[in-house]
Design a protein around this ligand. Structure first.
Ligand SMILES: [Zn+2]
Length: 238
């Protein structure tokens, strides 16, 4: 059903709101499975556990498992042979074809929301952060740079989230932190994005927060998230 991208386009309009939590769960499961493939826990040719086992291990419903597997099949990561099981396929590299419409659409919407939210967060963090909080933000940024040099790309998404979350914590308003944590599962993985480029933007955000320049912090965060959105759209268009 989901194999034809055009059917996803039409159905996503009306199903957009009511199925959002389920879609996020499916997306989270997709990322967990991709993580295992990235880490070579599962290799091409391996058979995935049975539907019921995945449901139990990940604490999700059958619908969520099926949706996740459909997405992975559409993106060419797995192949389901009816009556036999689902198998990991040889990676086709980092092609844009594994970005489904739903996924790109979600990622861009989340980035728009983050622009609204995190521009304000950065401005307040520049005014309110403590010296201890600044040290924590610096550490998170250093961890991200270390991943850029020699780490595993799939860890970069989490390290990036941590950097942004620490800035939210420094804004001195716990509602910002609550919303950021709520969005964690939807945040864009850094997988195919040039981390070095992104870290240059992160440094600009950090420098402005360090010197307490609220205006510059807002501008730097806006630039970072707007560029992230553009990078993502460009990858999806390729
Ligand atoms: Zn970032």
């Amino acid at each position: 059903m989901q194999d034809d991208p055009s059917s996803t386009v039409t159905s996503s309009v009306e199903s957009h709101r009511e199925h959002k939590p389920q879609r996020n769960l499916a997306q989270k499961l997709v990322q967990e499975i991709l993580h295992k493939i990235d880490n070579k826990e599962w290799s091409p040719g391996d058979k995935l556990p049975k539907e019921a086992d995945i449901m139990q291990t990940h604490g999700v419903s059958r619908t969520v498992v099926r949706e996740a597997l459909q997405r992975l099949q559409a993106s060419g990561h797995v192949e389901t042979k009816h009556g036999i099981g689902t198998f990991i396929l040889q990676s086709k590299g980092q092609g844009p074809m594994d970005l489904s419409f739903d996924y790109v659409n979600d990622a861009v919407e989340i980035l728009e929301l983050r622009i609204g939210l995190e521009v304000e967060i950065a401005g307040l963090a520049a005014l309110r952060r403590s010296d201890e909080q600044l040290v924590e933000i610096r550490k998170a940024l250093d961890a991200l740079r270390a991943i850029d040099r020699n780490g595993h790309v799939s860890d970069a998404g989490l390290a990036d989230f941590n950097f942004h979350l620490l800035i939210a914590k420094s804004a001195g308003n716990h509602y910002f932190v609550d919303i950021m944590k709520h969005m964690e599962n939807s945040l864009v993985p850094r997988k195919r994005i040039d981390v070095a480029h992104v870290n240059h933007e992160h440094e600009e955000v950090y420098a402005a927060i360090e010197r307490g320049d609220s205006y510059a912090a807002r501008a730097a965060m806006r630039l970072h998230l707007t560029n992230s959105r553009e990078r993502f759209l460009k990858l999806a268009r390729k």
